[in-house]
Design a protein around this ligand. Structure first.
Ligand code: BES
Ligand code: MN
Ligand code: ZN
Length: 517
């Protein structure tokens, strides 16, 4: 989007000696008796000499370890690189998972930022393996230098060319390579949006990016400006956005194939900066709060990717965009606002703003009667307490929740299904409005889900006499990515510092699964 290097990705089955790349990368795994050189296209004697020297070189096979060696005689590449893929879990050929390959490819490409072209000679005997290597490379090839002052620093980037060496013929790998290109772009674009500082990304500029992206694709887009939001009663977005001189926006972006197998609505939290509002955050909790639009960035990228992949699934994305700021026009604790559709909320803590803008989005999405609604949000600090920084929480309709967790497994992301306990809603009881916006502190992630569920619409074809509301509601799931959306520690695998693009791959896999079913 603003900084996408778009590495050229290709799969090549020609002889390894002829591959003209700056670096040739081989994989090393941690075997039970020491390092093991993974299957590779080197000639037997060359491979044996590398394998024999692994111990002496200090190659351990640990994830993220990278060793640069001089090129092998008879090869064009100046550097031979050994990358660790982690512990071997079976036979040498089948003993590395696709996710281990994805990470190793990503780690190598990320760490070899000085090389302009990289050839990856990792296990690639199946389309799944080629696909994983290409995907890892495509998401590992990332840098964010757009805001550096010097031109030199801005130009620094990952390799512009990545070649995946495979014995498979091009006709078998073509589709996988094209898909890896689309997935890579979607992940990198999401990271770019998350990393863009709040000085430059605010509701209006975010909406413009969505409009421009829609114009360049086959998607349709509609934007609600503040006066439109007022006319239609989007009280969540207006309440949260009121403290900022930069007004809120709702964006609806749609991929509508001709004969869709299903209609999925995605709702993204898009707080371009979360200061907390009048319930102001302490200074140290405010840094990283540019990440608070990661859900909306994800949703935008998914709709665009669904269009690029021509998925036979109708996908409507709702981006709930606002900036949460304190000012004399900001909403106050104890204000009562009216969410789109008319439910009222007593705002007791202006820092619990995500659920207010999402409520507008969930009600609007429900009106169109999609087959399922999934919201993606950096919603609660409690998510990190419960699941840490690499595992996102999934709550809601049981089978939808479980399908999303399963899709994460296929995609190589870490997800965990969490309950919405029956007592979770009780904390939101208000004396003056339908609900307050703050539940109990304990189980904060689960409570927030219980609040959101109140805004999910009923299915038009639901049995009105059905007693269990869950059977009447449109299937809905809530994905809390507060921790995993942003990596404020060191980079690892294909994950850089900053925005991660987490859940992009999971949701693409989920949609692909629906298309196959
Ligand atoms: N955007 C935050 C959640 C967050 C915290 C995301 C840290 C990423 C890292 C959200 O708007 C928030 O402030 N949530 C409050 C809710 C509370 C006031 C009920 C929280 O979790 O503390
Ligand atoms: Mn907040
Ligand atoms: Zn927030």
């Amino acid at each position: 989007m603003i900084n996408d290097f778009k590495p050229s990705l290709s799969a090549v089955s020609s002889a390894v000696e002829k591959v003209d790349a700056d670096a040739l990368v081989l994989g090393v795994a941690k075997g039970p008796k020491g390092p093991v050189l993974l299957p590779n296209p080197l000639a037997d004697n060359a491979a044996r000499s590398v394998a024999d020297s692994l111990q002496a070189l200090g190659a351990s096979g640990s994830e993220d370890q990278i060793l640069r060696l001089p090129g092998v005689d008879g090869f064009k590449s100046e550097t031979l690189v050994l990358v660790g893929v982690g512990t071997l879990t079976g036979e040498v050929d089948g003993g590395v998972s696709t996710e281990a390959l994805r990470r190793a490819a990503g780690s190598a490409v990320r760490q070899l930022s000085g090389a302009d072209s990289i050839a990856l000679a990792l296990p690639s005997a199946t389309v799944e393996q080629v696909s994983a290597v290409a995907e890892g490379a495509a998401i590992g090839a990332y840098s964010f230098n757009h805001f550096k002052g010097s031109e030199d620093a801005r130009r620094k980037g990952p390799a512009s060319e990545v070649v995946v060496l495979t014995p498979l013929k091009e006709k078998h790998t073509k589709a996988a390579m094209a898909r890896a290109g689309v997935v890579g772009h979607a992940v990198r674009a999401t990271r770019d949006l998350v990393n863009t500082p709040p000085s430059h990304l605010y509701p209006e500029s975010f909406a413009q990016i969505a409009e421009k992206a829609a114009k360049d694709s086959k998607t349709k887009v509609k934007v609600w400006a503040p006066k439109d939001l007022e006319k239609e009663g989007f009280g969540g977005l207006l309440g949260v956005g009121n403290g900022s001189s930069r007004g809120p926006r709702m964006v609806r972006i749609e991929h509508a194939p001709s004969r869709p197998a299903a209609h999925i609505a995605l709702v993204g939290k898009g707080i371009t900066f979360d200061s907390g509002g009048l319930s102001l955050k302490p200074a140290n909790a405010m840094t990283t709060m540019k990440l608070d639009m990661a859900g909306a960035a994800t949703v935008l990228s998914i709709v665009l990717a669904a269009a690029e992949l021509n998925l036979p699934i109708r996908v409507t994305g709702w981006l709930c965009l606002a900036e949460n700021m304190p000012s004399s026009t900001a909403q106050r604790p104890e204000d009562v606002i009216s969410i789109y559709g008319g439910k009222t909320v007593e705002v007791l803590n202006t820092d619990a703003e995500g659920r207010l803008v999402l409520a507008d989005g969930i009600v609007a999405a429900s009106e169109e009667q999609p087959d399922a609604i999934v919201d993606v949000a950096t919603l609660t600090g409690a998510q990190m307490i419960a699941l840490g920084n690499r595992t996102f929480g999934v709550m809601g309709h049981e089978s939808l929740r479980d399908s999303l967790v399963e899709a994460a497994g296929v995609a190589g992301e870490s997800a965990w299904g969490m309950p919405i306990p029956e007592e979770a809603l009780a904390g939101f009881r208000s004396d003056v409005a339908d609900l307050t916006n703050t539940g109990a502190r304990e189980g904060g992630m689960l409570n927030a889900a219980a609040f959101l569920r109140e805004f999910v619409g009923d299915r038009a074809d639901a049995d009105e006499d059905a007693l269990d509301p869950e059977t009447r509601r449109i299937p809905w799931a809530h994905v809390d990515i507060a921790g995993p959306s942003f990596n404020d520690k060191g980079p690892y695998g294909y994950i850089p510092k900053g925005g991660t693009g987490v859940t992009v791959r999971t949701l693409i896999s989920y949609l692909e699964g629906l298309a196959r079913a």
